[in-house]
Design a protein around this ligand. Structure first.
Ligand code: ADP
Length: 550
């Protein structure tokens, strides 16, 4: 008999020998995806970037060098490494190399101005900046503003751009040993990345991700989007945005091929689909709209179905319809930076296949049900936290509870506490729950228009505008109104080379398609301001609408 005697306790399953041990419990981390795939498919193409190809063996080797190069520079546990780059291989490698050294990756939004970049580098106490030479001017300006200077590594993949005297990226990798040992985190709760929100209402907040959440959300993506080793994933979504919604790890997990893309334009996207037989891509609805309105000369024929996941804003049903006509299959996702990107999906129901396209597109424009890896979502009355009835009309706040939520905001306990008040994460999005359990976002709390005491969903008015044959883009915000409190004000971009349309004609169109109190009272034509992730900057439009009333 061994020394480990069984002695019956009060709880049948709460026995010491049934406790976790190092054989049956390991920290969840997406880092193991790369070593596993490299071991199974060493020669498979992992990354395509212009004419360059990297196999999974090479990808893994480069990431090990990356981690060791950081270690040799004294960078490790709890240090932040910032990367400012478009969707090039170096940024993908950073998603493994940085956490393999125990450090935390902060992928920066390259459309930020120098002051915001300097703010973030200071705030995150970054120990190293790796920047693409394309952004040399803004990097020089940001570095000059820093309170504590930091070393620079420069990515130069032949596109040009001037050097600021930093170490070239390949030379930096060469500082590391590909055979150096590395290990995953001891604790799955360890930080893996830091992602700043856009900070439309003040300084940006640094959202801290953990290894466990990154592992789970990546698995959720792989399953939801149907990735496998035949998948070719085109990098149209910025990797700096929620780590590419965690597809940086999901595609590797499934041994798919990452197709990098320095610049997101319709001709490069169609060319990649045709040449690399891209099977999956993600993007904000604005990217879909760009494909829909691409000139005919740029559009390429392809004979396979391309899966497109869209989110970040609700896709107008007209955009879903037009994408389907071109051979794309659209999946609608919803999420936030705090939820590692996607947290809900408009899960497909077979009976929808028999519906006419406009009806189907309207159902698909809903944000849907919780991701496989998201524990709970509810629509609640924010004061009492009581569930809103599933009647498709009672507005409440969408709240989430999940292993795939951030640890919290870096150096910001007050905002963290507020976000998690009452044991739920508050999205700040207003939604209804339909009788079939599908959730539909009506607005961000701050975007809802309250006119004569009635709530008007800006998204609903926008959807009606997008159905107008001559409108390419539309955004609706509240304009201060002396009688109604607020009234809807529509900012509109017309399709190129379309016949002129008057504001009265647009208003007449809305009257025919919307309840009359929802019809915009003001129409403004012109280009729309966008955020770095392709979202229309409503806060700026609100300012413009306010000026109209001043
Ligand atoms: P930022 O706050 O910087 O715009 P996030 O990615 O965190 O960046 O934005 C999350 C917000 O985007 C959500 O709170 C929601 O308002 C909006 N959003 C995301 N996906 C959708 C969607 N599918 N439909 C409508 N709104 C969405």
């Amino acid at each position: 008999m061994s020394s480990a005697e069984y002695s019956p306790g009060r709880d049948l399953y709460d026995a010491p020998h049934l406790a976790r041990n190092s054989a049956n419990f390991a920290a969840l981390s997406p880092l193991g995806f790369l070593s596993r795939t490299a071991a199974i498919y060493p020669d498979k193409t992992a990354i395509i970037h212009d004419a360059a190809r990297l196999t999974y063996a090479q990808f893994y080797q480069r990431c090990r060098k990356f981690a060791d190069a950081l270690r040799r520079r004294g960078i490790g546990r709890s240090d932040t490494v910032a990367v400012l780059a478009p969707n090039v291989p170096a940024l993908l490698e950073a998603h493994y190399g940085v956490p393999m050294a125990g450090a935390v990756l902060n992928a920066l939004n390259y459309r930020l101005d120098a002051r915001s970049i300097a703010f973030i580098l200071d705030h995150s106490q970054a120990k190293l900046l790796i920047a693409d030479r394309e952004f040399a001017p803004i990097v020089a300006e940001a570095l000059a503003e820093l309170r504590t200077p930091i070393p620079l590594v420069e990515i130069d993949d032949g596109i040009g751009g001037s050097s600021l005297g930093g170490t070239e990226y390949e030379a930096f990798l060469a500082e590391g040993d590909p055979a150096a040992a590395w290990s995953g985190p001891q604790d799955e709760w360890a930080p893996i990345t830091l992602n700043y929100t856009s900070g439309t209402t003040g300084n940006p907040k640094g959202v801290v991700y953990h290894h466990r959440g990154a592992f789970l959300n990546a698995i959720g993506n792989a399953i939801t989007f149907g990735l496998d080793q035949r998948s070719a994933y085109l990098w149209t979504l910025p990797m700096f945005h929620c780590n590419g919604w965690t597809y940086t790890w999901a595609v590797t997990a499934m041994a798919g091929t990452h197709v990098c893309l320095r610049r997101v334009d319709s001709s490069a996207i169609f060319a990649a689909i045709a040449e690399h037989r891209v099977t999956h891509l993600c993007g904000a609805p604005i990217v879909l709209n760009m494909l829909v309105h691409a000139p005919d000369a740029v559009k390429r024929h392809f004979d396979h179905v391309v899966e497109v996941a869209t989110g970040g804003a609700a896709p107008p049903s007209a955009v879903i319809e037009a994408m389907e006509r071109m051979g794309f299959r659209v999946t609608h996702l919803y999420g936030l930076t705090e939820s590692y990107g996607p947290s809900t999906v408009c899960a497909w129901q077979d009976e929808w296949s028999g519906l006419a396209l406009p009806e189907r597109a309207a159902l698909m424009a809903r944000q849907g049900v919780n991701y496989l890896t998201l524990d709970h979502q509810r629509v609640v009355e924010p004061q009492t936290m009581a569930d809103a009835p599933a009647d498709g009309s009672t507005l409440g706040e969408l709240v989430l509870r999940s292993n795939t939520l951030m640890k919290g905001y870096l150096k910001n306990p007050a905002s963290t506490e507020e976000a998690f008040a009452g044991g739920w994460f508050h999205t700040g999005d207003l939604a209804v729950c339909h009788p079939d359990g599908y959730v539909e976002i009506k607005d961000r709390s701050k975007d809802i228009i309250i006119s004569g005491g009635e709530n008007i969903s800006s998204l609903e008015v926008e959807d009606a505008l997008y159905r107008h044959p001559q409108i390419m883009e539309a955004a609706v915000v509240a304009r201060p109104d002396p009688v109604w409190g607020e009234s809807p004000c529509a900012f509109i971009t017309l399709k190129p080379e379309t016949a002129p349309v008057t504001a009265d004609e647009i208003i007449a169109w809305c009257r025919a398609n919307l309840a009359h109190y929802k019809v915009p009272r003001t129409i403004v034509f012109g280009p729309l301001p966008k955020t770095s992730t392709g979202k229309i900057q409503k806060f700026e439009l609100r300012e413009r609408a306010k000026e109209l009333s001043a």
